[in-house]
Design a protein around this ligand. Sequence first.
Ligand code: GDP
Length: 613
Amino acid sequence: MQAPAVGGVRVKHGNGEVVRLARGASLTDFAEKVGADPASLVQVLFHLGEMVTATQSVNEETLQLLATELEYDVQIVSPEDEDRELLQSFDIDFGSDEGGEGDLVKRPPVVTVMGHVDHGKTKLLDAVREANVVAKEAGGITQHIGAYQVTTEVDGEQRAITFVDTPGHEAFTAMRARGAQATDIVILVVAADDGVMPQTIEALNHARAANVPIVVAVNKIDVPSADPAKVRGQLTEYGLVPEEYGGDTMFVDVSAKSRINIDGLLEGVVLTADAALDLRANPNMPAQGIAIEANLDKGRGPVATVLVQRGTLRVGDSMVAGPAYGRVRAMLDEHGDAVEEATPSRPVLVLGLTAVPGAGDKFLVVDDDRMARQIAEKREARARAAANAKRRARRTLEDFMASMEKGETQELLLILKGDVSGSVEALEDALVRIEVGDEVNLRVIDRGVGAINENDVNLAIASNAVIIGFNVRPAGKAGDLAEREGVDVRYYSVIYSAIDDIEAALKGMLKPIYEEVTLGQAEIREIFKSSKVGNIAGCWVTSGLIRRNAKVRLIRDGAVVVDNTELSSLKRFKDDASEVREGFECGLTLNGYNDIKIGDVVEAFELREKPRS
Ligand code: GDP
């Protein structure tokens, strides 16, 4: 129905029709849902006093404002809600344990290791893995499947801990970006010889936002310059108060390299879990959980490491993991051994899926293959729609330049991937050395050797970074993911071309520099009083020229009396003039300034954008 126009714009009105939109939807999304023209919605909002573009994500209030005006009933749904509703339509309640209190059984904590680069996350994960090999005498952890479980003795009891074996924020943020909470406890690694660094705080904030307790591993205590007390003091300032200072965070001094006190750290994790969390799950129900990592294996097809969160996963189960589904053909643990079943907090490698799920995708076991396929197909369709919406909003290098022109972004974030560590280092070295002034920053938030993987893309999504691939290409689904999410990935095989591009982008990010160019001067020789326009200066142009639309200043006895103003008129005799040259007379009035005197000098100047060298 065409309804009365809003501020002259005709838009279809809703008459109370319900519109369901994902959080962070744009006006284009809104328009698609109601069959309107996005541009008209932009105009309606403009008349309501809000200026937004059609593809920009707008907040809920703005959507509500628009909806009220157009008589729609907007309901904001998160992707998680959407998925929950999908599963509910199949009578599945994802995320809650069946039965009552009596059905719940204690489960091991799931831990993610986070911290600043080079503070020892990888080393620590190695140390934990190895410490457990000794404890287990044989086999050891032979496979990297994205997560592993270890045991440690606490108070005479063998306690298991599951480690998500992908160091850094990537896995954590990727999963959180998908609304999947896979981590119970974060181990925050801080090198005692380096102290709290930017990524330490980032990690801390991520953990806080997810409401996950933190155990601090104060690492590298074997280094002579280590100062563990300083780390405690620094983190206290961020509200992470050590137990020994009366707070409730455990700080454990370790050396990942020299394998000092790894057991103490594991104990700290168990104690923190016991004190702060009630980790229980019902093992007697169809399994549910999260995919941690997945890839396409040449021989075995899609393989996915999943973390069981509740229920028990068994060989032969029909499962859905994100948009993938299938019958579990085999399961392997981190030792490469086949297992028949996996209970809560157990990570296993699953074979038998039809496709490769994404990190953070929820998986669940359903009654039969048909149901698995139906759920997977619906998820797939929805993911496609969401990706299309997102692609419009994602940022590219060109967008950076454009947004800098508007004075927005001051920092270009990069993720570097290269074929060998030497080239990555050389590239990073050269990039961070690009000098373009203080206003713009380049920050390499992650770097690594090897193909561009999904973690890289997820990190780019989470932080709006640009990925640079040096002699490498995306692996597995990373290329598709980047494409779907609109992440800017650039490939180079010559360091200089990478540097040139980035330098150009950074320069584009700089606000333009203006330089003043003097156009000319005129001396006031006579003053005519006009009742209409005030005092008119009768001038003689002594040098250069005076231009009607130039900037002017008024100089008296060598001192600037009025600066940076405009002319409100410029005339040659009775006629308006656009400019008057040296050696000619003119009459002019200054904008908003009447107190001129004979002998004053009017100087005209222009601001010109200076090209950056
Ligand atoms: P990540 O970037 O946090 O994963 O850090 P890495 O685990 O790669 O470690 C960075 C560097 O610090 C490597 O050279 C490690 O050998 C070294 N390192 C890690 N832990 C320790 C430690 O406890 N003591 C000493 N001296 N060096 C360590």
